[in-house]
Design a protein around this ligand. Structure first.
Ligand code: 3SL
Length: 271
């Protein structure tokens, strides 16, 4: 936390001394591997939540085919209570635990279930093992985005347009532990951002995790599906016969949609 504040102050000084704002002065990216590792008091200008397998991939897909919004919950009972006040014809309840659909819910967490026919005009009320917890951790941020490999280019487009000074990239992880697929996506975002703005690793990296994420992406950028298949949560999903989901989740820059928080825990497609 102090490290983050220190970096921001340094940026301010270099800005003051040079008088000329440069991207290197104003944009720093901090990767946190899990919600638990993410500082509790949010000082980011923009927080980006990643759960490649599969929560954010599903959210991006749902919004891209016309869902009205995605509302995230940590707790299944609260989801049920809140969605009870919604027109049943305009709601879908999605619940996932341990990779499987929770009994009594309309959907689990497969992005491939998100068809235009089923989603258009409806609100997706969703609770997943890790992804929705990550959103709650950063919900006080002035901007909260949902990122996956499938919409990496939309995330970067937004960052290039809006130039937030301090960016937190939060991986959902798995029950408090590191997840390879979220880190490679963080690296993919940083890598494209560096390319678009002509920045170096040291320009953009706010912490060592960011440098490691960029290296991971560079190593695996042409074999993302293989990496996902090797990851521990990938292995878990393969055992649940989610091969098609995995192939879809590994597809880079395939979907033109950016989930953005409109109010606490409610995400809509950025227009
Ligand atoms: O942990 C989560 O939030 C989920 O994305 C896990 S799963 O891919 O649905 O198993």
């Amino acid at each position: 936390m102090d490290y983050c504040v220190g970096r921001t102050q340094l940026s301010g000084w270099s800005l003051f001394l040079s008088g000329i704002p440069r991207f290197t002065d104003i944009m720093k990216l901090f990767v946190y591997h899990t919600p638990e590792q993410t500082p509790a008091i949010n000082t980011a200008d923009c927080s980006i939540v990643i759960d490649v397998l599969r929560a954010t991939t599903t959210m991006v897909t749902a919004l891209s085919v016309g869902a009205e919004a995605v509302q995230v919950f940590i707790d299944l009972d609260t989801l049920m209570e809140v969605s009870e006040h919604w027109d049943p014809a305009k709601r879908i309840r999605a619940g996932e635990r341990g990779g499987s659909k929770v009994e009594g819910f309309d959907f689990g967490n497969s992005p491939l279930d998100c068809t235009a026919e089923g989603m258009a005009g409806k609100r997706l009320f969703v609770s997943t093992t890790n992804g929705t917890r990550a959103f709650q951790r950063v919900q006080d941020s002035p901007t909260v985005l949902g990122a996956a490999l499938i919409n990496r280019h939309e995330v970067v487009k937004y960052l290039v347009e809006t130039k937030p000074e301090t960016i937190w990239v939060v991986g959902a992880g798995w029950e408090g532990t590191y997840a390879l697929e979220d880190t490679v996506c963080a690296g993919a975002i940083a890598h494209l951002l560096m390319d678009k703005l002509g920045l170096s690793v040291s320009d953009i990296a706010g912490n060592d995790e960011t440098i490691a994420a960029i290296s991971l992406y560079k190593t695996w950028q042409n074999n993302l599906l293989e990496l996902l298949n090797n990851a521990s949560h990938g292995q878990r999903l393969l055992q649940l016969n989610c091969q098609e989901d995995m192939a879809y989740c590994a597809t880079l820059d395939a979907v033109n949609c950016l989930p953005i928080q409109r109010e606490k825990s409610v995400l809509v497609a950025r227009v």
